[in-house]
Design a protein around this ligand. Structure first.
Ligand code: HEM
Length: 317
């Protein structure tokens, strides 16, 4: 794959560029604090490729893939290698009204498939392999909602980079050669207040998001005053616009009144996603935070690094 600077990455990334699927799961684990648990976790993580193949072959041609991310806390004990340059824990952001909380997580399994049975099968196999070496801190099942909408009923993912912009925005390159082909991953689980959202007019909702609801057309960027979600998440500097790849999924347990968006952002530079979060929670200018937050509460926040595939399998040695 080619990234800016035109260098070729000669190691294969994980499935960062895989398309959105009908189903996805976000499994977040904490590794127990002892040598034996770390050794077990290391060998399971190293066997990811084989475990994916075990399930993939049963997918009869349908999509199935999984990306593994490792947190700052787990990086050195698990890999025995120096930290990727930008990897640091998720930084809590306290805005005037809303907080981006930082929560626990050593490993992330981002699993995508067209049908949910494969996801359940894979999680079952992986969790059996980990045994009691890990604690599950979160396991969220996401689903495709109509034409790729989130539960606020807007189409989510439109402005994602594609073509050559995709690896350029998501894969580390020559700036950190030991980790070329890897990607920074930030996750946040948001819970929506749907009755408050529905009480707003469609026009207000469109101003908050920055796109029209039915036909998904961009609205002009405000240059001053309250900015839309889309504008706050557009990061520009002298080098141009800095993109990330979002593979957000809706999730819900209607019987418990739980409706949410699982945000997941892959990026070549962690600072880009962090900057978006700062603009959303602190506001630009402060205190004009992202109004999407009045209807969406972040209940988790963790940062990971998803190294190249070979790096994961080499952990077996
Ligand atoms: C754009 C929804 C959280 C980054 C959008 C759009 C929607 C949306 C509907 C417009 C269509 C599109 O381009 O995808 C949501 C929801 C969220 C959420 C429901 C959680 C409650 C976040 C977070 C970040 C983020 C936490 C980054 C840290 C972006 C970016 C864009 C975007 C970069 C595209 C901006 C552009 O047009 O260039 N989001 N989002 N979003 N969002 Fe979010």
């Amino acid at each position: 794959q080619t990234v800016p600077g035109k260098q070729a990455i000669d190691t294969e990334p994980q499935y960062i560029d895989a398309p959105l699927t009908a189903s996805a799961a976000f499994l977040v684990l904490v590794i127990k604090e002892d040598e034996q648990a770390m050794a077990t976790a290391r060998s399971v993580v190293a066997s990811t490729d084989d475990l994916v193949k075990d399930v993939c072959i049963r997918a009869s041609g349908g999509q199935f893939n999984c990306n593994v991310g490792i947190s700052h806390r787990a990086w050195e004990p698990l890999t025995g290698k120096p930290l990727p340059k930008e990897l640091r824990p998720f930084q809590e952001i306290k805005g005037s009204r809303h907080t981006a909380v930082a929560t626990a997580g050593d490993l992330l399994y981002h699993i995508r498939a067209e049908s949910f049975d494969l996801i359940v099968e894979f999680e079952k196999i992986v969790l059996e392999a980990f045994g009691d070496s890990v604690t599950v801190v979160d396991d969220v099942a996401g689903f495709r909602y109509f034409d790729g909408r989130d539960l606020l009923e807007f189409i989510d993912g439109t402005a994602n980079p594609d073509g050559l912009d995709l690896p350029a925005a998501t894969l580390v390159g020559s700036e950190d050669p030991a980790y070329a082909g890897g990607s920074y991953v930030v996750i946040q689980k948001y819970l929506h207040d749907l009755s408050a959202w529905r009480a707003e007019t469609v026009e207000t909702q469109e101003d908050i998001i920055g796109r029209t609801k039915f036909d998904n057309v961009e609205k002009p960027d405000a240059t001053e005053g309250q900015k839309s979600h889309k504008t706050l998440c557009t990061i520009k500097d002298a080098d141009g616009e800095h993109d990330i790849l979002r593979d957000n999924m809706p999730f819900a347990v209607p019987g418990r009144g739980e409706y949410g968006t699982y945000f997941i952002g892959y990026s070549r530079h962690l600072w880009v996603t962090e900057k978006m979060l700062e603009r959303m929670f602190i506001g630009d200018p402060p205190p004009l935070y992202d109004r999407i937050l009045d209807f969406s509460t972040a209940v988790t926040g963790v940062t990971f690094f998803a190294p190249a595939r070979q790096f994961l399998s080499d952990l077996a040695d």
